[in-house]
Ligand binder design. Structure first.
Ligand code: ZN
Length: 346
C-alpha cells in the first residue's frame, strides 16, 4: 500500500460556512488531515507527495469556466467593497432562464451548489494538490506498481460536479483520478473500465453526475436516504444512468439511524454489483462519516466496523485506489482509518 498526501492541502482553511442560515465553524478542517496522517503512521505507512500533473486531468472532468472561477474567485471576491474573507454565494442559478454571468457574485451563485463550500485563500491550491494526489495514487495502481494505494484527499471531492462545488468539495478527486487512469490500464481487447464505490454517508452526487451517461465507469453509492439528508436532490434508487450509461449507476440509500450490519450488507451488495462489472480499476470514495460518533450522526458504524468494511473491499481482489472523502468526528479519524487499513490488509 502506498499513501499519498501533500502539505499544500493544509492551505485550505475557511473559518466558517453557513449551516441552516447560521455561520458556524467549518468541520472540514486541516486537522482532519493531521489525524488521518496519524492513522497512516500507526500502520507504519509513510506518505509521499504527488507530482503536479498540470491542468490536464482537471480539465478532462471539469468545465473550463468552472476551473477559471475556482482559480480566481477568492481574489476577485476580496476586491469587492465590503466583501467577507471567504466566497459564499448570496445569489443562486435560476432554473428557468439562466445566462452565465461575468460578475464574481453571479458566478459564485452559478458554480456553488450551497453555502458549505466556502472558498478562502489557499482553497484552489489545496484542491489541486488533493486532485493530484488522487491521480498519483490511481496511476500507481493502474500502472501495476502496487495493488492498492490510498490518497488522503482533503478537501474532499465527491459532491463536486463538472461545473459546481458543494458540500466541502471543489474538484472531484475520484472522478479526476479515474479519468486520468483509464488509458493507463493497458489494452485488453475491450475498452478499459473502472468502478467507483462510494461508502461515504452522503450520496456522491457529483461523481454520479459526471459519469451518468458513461458505460465504462460504473458508479455505486451506499448512503443515507436523500429524502432526509444532504444532498437532497440526488441519490435516489431510481437513478440508474442515462443514454449509454443506463444501468451503470446504482444507488443504495439507507434510512437515517442505519446500524453497522445493515450498512455492511448494503456494501456487500454493492461489491457484488462491482464484481459482475469486472472493472480493471476499483476506486473507493472512502468516507468515515458513517461513524456512530460523527457529528452528522446518520449511521452507526463502529471503529471495528471499519475493519470489516476494509475486509469486504479487499476481498474484491481488484486493483484498488482509495480516495478519502468525508468524516467529521476528527478525534476518531486516526482510529477509524487505522481500523480500516488493518481490515484491508495494508
Ligand atoms: Zn460525507
Amino acid at each position: 500500500m502506498r499513501f499519498v498526501f501533500s502539505d499544500v492541502q493544509l492551505r485550505h482553511a475557511p473559518p466558517q460556512f453557513l449551516q441552516r442560515g447560521r455561520p458556524v465553524p467549518c468541520p472540514e478542517t486541516a486537522e482532519r488531515a493531521r489525524m488521518l496522517l496519524g492513522g497512516i503512521e500507526r500502520r507504519g505507512g509513510r506518505v509521499e507527495a504527488p507530482p503536479s500533473f498540470g491542468s490536464g486531468p482537471r480539465a478532462a472532468v471539469h468545465a473550463p469556466e468552472y476551473l477559471a472561477f475556482l482559480e480566481t474567485a477568492w481574489e476577485r471576491w476580496r476586491a469587492l467593497p465590503g466583501s467577507s474573507d471567504t466566497v459564499i454565494p448570496n445569489v443562486h442559478r435560476n432554473t428557468d432562464t439562466a445566462e452565465y454571468p461575468g460578475h464574481i457574485v453571479g458566478q459564485a451563485g452559478w458554480h456553488m451548489a450551497d453555502t458549505s463550500c466556502p472558498i478562502a485563500e489557499g482553497t484552489w491550491e489545496a484542491a489541486c494538490a488533493a486532485a493530484d494526489g488522487a491521480v498519483h495514487a490511481a496511476m500507481l495502481v493502474a500502472g501495476g506498481e502496487v495493488p492498492a494505494a490510498y490518497a488522503l484527499c482533503r478537501p474532499p471531492g465527491h459532491h463536486a460536479s463538472a461545473d459546481m462545488a458543494g458540500g466541502f468539495c471543489y474538484l472531484n478527486n475520484v472522478a479526476i483520478a479515474v479519468q486520468a487512469a483509464l488509458p493507463a490500464l493497458g489494452a485488453r481487447g475491450r475498452p478499459m473500465r473502472a468502478a467507483i464505490l462510494d461508502v461515504d454517508v452522503h450520496h456522491g452526487n457529483g461523481t454520479q453526475a459526471i459519469f451518468y451517461e458513461r458505460e465504462d465507469v460504473l458508479v455505486v453509492s451506499v448512503h443515507a436516504d436523500p429524502a432526509q439528508f444532504y444532498p437532497y436532490f440526488a441519490g435516489y434508487a431510481h437513478e440508474r444512468g442515462r443514454g449509454r450509461g443506463r444501468g451503470y449507476n446504482l444507488n443504495l440509500p439507507l434510512p437515517i439511524g442505519t446500524e453497522e450490519d445493515r450498512f455492511l450488507d448494503a456494501v456487500a451488495e454493492a461489491c457484488a454489483h462491482v464484481a459482475r462489472f469486472a472493472p480493471e480499476l476499483f476506486a473507493v470514495s472512502l468516507g468515515f462519516d458513517t461513524y456512530g460518533g460523527d457529528p452528522l450522526a446518520a449511521f452507526r458504524v463502529t471503529t471495528p466496523g471499519f475493519a470489516r468494511l476494509g475486509r469486504l473491499l479487499a476481498a474484491q481482489k481488484l486493483p484498488t485506489v482509495l480516495i478519502q472523502e468525508g468524516g467529521y468526528a476528527t478525534a476518531a479519524l486516526a482510529d477509524n482509518l487505522d481500523s480500516f487499513l488493518e481490515g484491508f490488509g495494508a
